[in-house]
Design a protein around this ligand. Structure first.
Ligand SMILES: [Ca+2]
Ligand SMILES: [Ca+2]
Ligand SMILES: [Ca+2]
Length: 293
């Protein structure tokens, strides 16, 4: 009898251990069931090219969430506190309220953090918050708190408090928000998670009110730099489009390469026909690639 009981207990304990291992695939966060939920930042390569006197660079905030249990594992709230540093403190780099509205009625413009985001890969990447708004069903997470008032700190809190608000059921790399920095020189910008008063931290909340810390790709750094020599139209590739752009500039009053030095393909200090010839040599005759030492 005793032996049977011992066997039974052993089997139950083994089963519980197996169930726990299956349910928790995110070892550092037991409250995050299934695979590790993730928040990550990502700047498109071409978006970080500095091509003007003053410009905006967009930093999409993405969330990956799985839902092994649709009741407990849908996300009922997100708190995203970030701070940033710049390698060029003498130059402007900030998140201005004018380009980071949370009001969804502004989101058809480039000034909203919840907007569809045109990119090279996808002419109009869908924003999850904006999609909810466009359904006109009130499913837009009524509580949206954005603070930009703490200098180099930024925090965003999202909670579905409206009667029709639905939970974030997730997907892979879903676009949730887009921070827009105003930058006026080349520099490296680094973002990291940080505390905000009184004691907030990067956290997601499950539908059963249990909070957990998602994985993230923080700290995340990117460089604002000039386009490569030869990339006259600043689209991140050197191809026939640049040759056309350069010829238009030289002979048809087309727009100036921005910055001008991207048009100095042969690196002799001036932008002229010699650069178009150099570009033709590279594109069609296997000659050297543009690139000044
Ligand atoms: Ca998960
Ligand atoms: Ca180009
Ligand atoms: Ca030249």
């Amino acid at each position: 009898m005793k032996r049977n009981l011992l066997l039974w207990i052993t089997m139950v304990v083994s089963f519980l251990a197996w169930a726990a291992a299956v349910g928790a695939q995110c070892p550092e966060e037991p409250n995050d069931h299934g695979i590790c939920d993730t928040m990550y930042l990502e700047v498109y390569d071409c978006d970080r090219l500095f091509t003007g006197d003053s410009r905006q660079v967009r930093v999409p905030v993405r969330v990956t969430n799985d839902i092994p249990d649709t009741v407990t594992d849908s996300i009922a709230g997100m708190v995203i506190p970030l701070c940033f540093t710049s390698s060029n403190p003498g130059a402007q780099c900030f998140l201005d309220p004018m380009n980071n509205f949370t009001g969804l009625w502004h989101c058809s413009h480039e000034i909203c953090i919840f907007r569809h985001l045109p990119s090279i890969d996808d002419p109009q990447e869908r924003n999850w918050m904006m999609d909810l708004w466009e359904k006109l069903l009130g499913l837009e997470w009524d509580t949206r708190i954005l603070s930009l008032s703490e200098g180099n700190n930024f925090w965003l809190a999202l909670v579905p408090t409206g009667t029709q608000d639905q939970r974030f059921c997730g997907g892979s790399g879903v676009l949730v928000a887009t921070m827009t920095f105003t930058v006026d020189d080349t520099m490296t910008i680094c973002l990291d998670s940080c505390f905000w008063p009184p004691a907030g931290r990067l956290a997601f909340s499950r539908s059963d009110a249990v909070t957990y810390v998602p994985r993230s790709n923080l700290p995340y750094c990117f460089s604002m730099s000039y386009p490569d020599t030869g990339d006259c139209n600043a689209d991140c590739v050197v191809d026939i489009g640049d040759l056309v752009y350069l010829i238009n500039y030289l002979f048809r009053d087309g727009p100036t390469p921005n910055p001008l030095q991207t048009g100095d393909v042969n690196c002799d200090g001036i932008v002229d026909l010699g650069d178009a010839v150099f570009l033709i040599g590279y594109l069609y005759k296997g000659a050297n690639a543009p690139g000044c030492p």
